[in-house]
Design a protein around this ligand. Structure first.
Ligand code: ZN
Length: 462
């Protein structure tokens, strides 16, 4: 009876203990969302209840100083590396590398040449090398094999894949048997409509309302999957947008022969590669050409722009004043909105808000640098950051003081739980044996005593 009871108790302990000890705190999950070209002040210009709801329950940074040039590829790569463009190597949307003798261009699909991306290690690689899993839905660069590594889960870039499908994929990855801890979500709007309409156009209202609806959809889906309260969700963008006008066009053909140079990147930052021996001719022709165009030789680009130490930055850079466009002539493509201007200009700054267990609630901060996002992400994920141009100290005030705790990898958690289970199990077995032996010894002693009594009794009767 006693033995049976003990066996049952031990069996239950063996089943319960390892599972009980698996209920360790969940590791911190992070979902980074970029709505391309979402300017910082769209939430004040247009009704955006979903954005304001998130802000009320989370944090909001009014202005993000992104990196020069304020274009899509350089800034998306900065967000995931913490580096200025000159350091991570994606210096423009259109590039030419004289060392590789290769061009980088979305139009020519040459962005898949991994060598362009390998001056840096983006966060999904760092995350994976430190034992975690990453998932990416169309984030620029995540379908490129960088340093021989893809994100653990990713979607090959396809603009026609809906926002809803991208969200569904991420939720599937976050909740799978082998869950990701880092998700990256990219959406092309409101950049495309911002270019087409111009940010000052009243028709931007339905465009921003639609983004607000998409954010609401994302929050509802995360809530349904029970991820909203346990995931650190950061909603941001790569750059803002400025209003252009056909009255503000600088035509290079009026000042310099186009046969003297090759135009590598386009307005409002025009990267110029002069033909051999023609650098000074081109520079001298342009330097005083137009009051709304600044002309730099590469070595004279101001250090505050952090934009000169890369072989992919061309010998001459033309930068237009806000709202101006630099074309070769008026027959070149022209749009009513553009970005790429000086990153000190508020209209170039993107939105930034966040919600989750690691963040404070209803807190607003005036400004931060987009380079600070990478060390923040590493902190939230519990991974060691690589050296970057950002600093966690600059954004520590956004974090709730009690979290995040150092997260443990699932395998570490499981081995810890296993160790605890085995340790407690061993103690129980030891205690059981001790009690059992004691019980056995007592029974034997009683039996011997009884025997002695039985033997003695007849003698006593005598
Ligand atoms: Zn963009």
């Amino acid at each position: 009876m006693f033995l049976n009871g003990c066996c049952r108790f031990l069996a239950i302990c063996a089943l319960i203990f390892p599972r009980t000890w698996c209920f360790l705190p969940n590791k911190q999950r992070v979902l980074l969302v970029s709505f391309d070209g979402f300017r910082w002040d769209y939430i004040y210009k247009f009704p955006t209840p979903s954005f304001h709801d998130v802000i009320k329950n989370g944090i909001h940074v009014e202005q993000i100083t992104n990196v020069f040039i304020t274009k899509t590829y350089p800034n998306h790569y900065t967000m995931v590396t913490g580096l200025y463009a000159e350091n991570h190597g994606i210096v423009a949307n259109e590039m030419y590398d004289p060392v590789l003798n290769e061009t980088f261009s979305m139009n020519r699909m040459t962005i898949y040449n991994s060598e362009f991306w390998e001056d840096a290690y983006p966060i999904w690689i760092t995350n994976q090398m430190q034992g975690h899993r990453s998932g990416a839905a169309m984030w620029p660069g995540t379908d490129v094999k960088i340093h021989g590594i893809f994100p653990t889960r990713y979607m090959p870039y396809n603009e026609s894949v809906s926002f809803q499908e991208r969200v569904a994929k991420l939720i599937e990855w976050f909740t799978s048997e082998e869950p990701i801890n880092l998700g990256l979500l990219y959406w092309e709007e409101p950049d495309e409509m911002g270019h087409r309409l111009g940010p000052d156009n009243p028709l931007m209202k339905p465009v921003i309302t639609e983004i607000d609806d998409l954010l609401n959809y994302l929050v509802l889906e995360l809530k349904k999957a029970k991820l909203w309260d346990t995931t650190n969700v950061i909603i941001t963008s790569d750059h803002g947008m400025a209003q252009s006008s056909t009255d503000r066009i600088i035509q290079l053909d009026q000042y310099v022969d186009r046969d003297l140079y090759r135009m590598i990147d386009h307005s409002p930052d025009v990267a110029i590669l002069p033909k051999e021996g023609k650098l000074d001719d081109v520079y001298n022709a342009l330097v005083q050409a137009h009051p709304n165009m600044t002309v730099y030789k590469k070595e004279a680009i101001p250090s505050r722009l952090h934009y000169s130490h890369s072989s992919r930055i061309q010998p001459i850079l033309l930068v237009a004043d806000e709202g101006w466009e630099i074309l070769q002539n008026k027959s070149d493509p022209f749009e009513l909105g553009n970005h790429g201007y000086d990153n000190a200009l508020p209209d170039m700054h993107p939105i930034f808000l966040a919600h989750g267990p690691a963040f404070r609630k209803n807190i607003s901060k005036k400004a931060m640098n987009s380079t600070d996002l990478y060390p923040l992400l590493c902190h939230l994920l519990g991974v060691d950051p690589l050296p970057s141009n950002g600093s966690l100290d600059n954004v520590k005030d956004l974090l709730a003081s009690e979290v995040p705790k150092e997260p443990q990898d699932r395998s570490q958690q499981e081995s810890f739980a296993y160790f605890i289970g085995v340790f407690l199990g061993s103690i129980l077995v030891f205690v059981f044996l001790l009690v059992f032996i004691k019980h056995l010894t007592r029974s034997q002693v009683s039996a011997v005593r009884l025997q002695h009594t039985e033997i003695a009794q007849p003698l006593l009767q005598d």
